[in-house]
Design a protein around this ligand. Sequence first.
Ligand code: ADP
Ligand code: 5GP
Length: 203
Amino acid sequence: MPSSETPSADISAGSDIPPERSGRRLTVLSGPSGVGKSTVVAELRRAHPQVWLSVSVTTRRPRPGETHGVEYFFADDAEFDRLIAAGELLEWAEFAGNRYGTPRGPVVERLAAGVPTLLEIDLQGARQVRETMPDALLVFLAPPTWEELESRLRGRGTEPEDVIARRLEAGLVEMAAEKEFDLTLVNTSVQEVCRRLIALLSA
Ligand code: ADP
Ligand code: 5GP
């Protein structure tokens, strides 16, 4: 999910441009943990560098190989509280025991500049974006089957079983909310999902 071009300092960047005056429609990608959102987004970033992917702030600890400012800005609770209090998050949510949020300033600036902009966030965040930016396009990434979702989440090997269980529980809630989204893409083929997403982002 990732943007190496956004320096850490940007997590505090505010902006005077209200989202509703921005020049381009925001696209949001959501779906249950393990469906393949990060994989799709990494491929999109590789093949279509003109798309800007927001880098979220999170209180979760980095996974091996994750770099501050690339996959996430890793923050402690006090810093996250400060960002909320200062109104610097476009949306934020608690997910499976950690908090995640989208820095507002960089998103608003990219949209105003007409850059195709993508957020990869959870259901609660997608609902907040729906409220604050009604023009946003909400895309749901679905697994081919529930069994495949479980197998991908376990196969990733990044969480212990209790965390996997929490994520699957949240996944049931996310799956039940699919109809709230503007459209669904089934992640059978990463390449095909990327092809569809880039068409939506370029529209
Ligand atoms: P998310 O970001 O939605 O939590 P990830 O991108 O981490 O999910 O993907 C979870 C696991 O599923 C990873 O091991 C990834 O390699 C695998 N994966 C992603 N997309 C596919 C796909 N289309 N087919 C098979 N495996 C996939
Ligand atoms: P992970 O810990 O697997 O990277 O992410 C867990 C969940 O948090 C995923 O559903 C992901 O989409 C979501 N997420 C990541 N960044 C944000 C964010 O900025 N806001 C919200 N609401 N969810 C996020």
